[in-house]
Design a protein around this ligand. Sequence first.
Ligand code: SF4
Length: 211
Amino acid sequence: MTAGQTFPVSEIFQTIQGEASFAGTASTFIRLQGCAVGCPWCDTKYSWDHHTDDWRSIAELTRIARDGPRHVVITGGEPCEHDLSALTASLLNDEHMVQIETSGTAVIRVDPCAFVTVSPKYGMLKPVLDAALRRADEIKVPVGKAADIERARELAARMSAFPAARMFPRHPRIWLQPISQSAKATAMCVRAALEHDFALSLQTHKFVGIR
Ligand code: SF4
């Protein structure tokens, strides 16, 4: 463990994870501050600034998570701009499930037992790293238009060239996620899921009006 390591925190809250593999799971979200990825339509621009007064130690974050659900999601900002190895190890040692949500544009430094969601967005200023796709436990692609389906297909093609794809041809699972509960995007995702064997992520938290 990295003694003295601290993390800039944007916010910590509890909710139901509404997306992809863990949809329906009560979760503590730890949103870290700082992101240089620059997605044009980012809905958490308040997390871009690297400066904050709220820095928390690994012990503090582990203690806070202890008061909440077993599942902990570390998001951002771009959480992988930080070395998360010691933090994820501490949370796992404290009997949490740990999920990271990352754009896949930074090197992923986490405990081997952490679950990694790579979610590339349209218009990112940085490319998705092969290493991130190799480490991913799931891929989640926000879909607003047909070009987003093409991006998902391109990612699938990239991953099919990895040696591990021969043993695990459906891993990691690729989720298509319609943006803003759009009926048009949802219909597009359903068609693409059936045609290309993708999965459908419906942001179930929004159906019940929670964040
Ligand atoms: S990676 Fe996430 S936080 Fe950063 S700009 Fe893109 S959507 Fe926003």
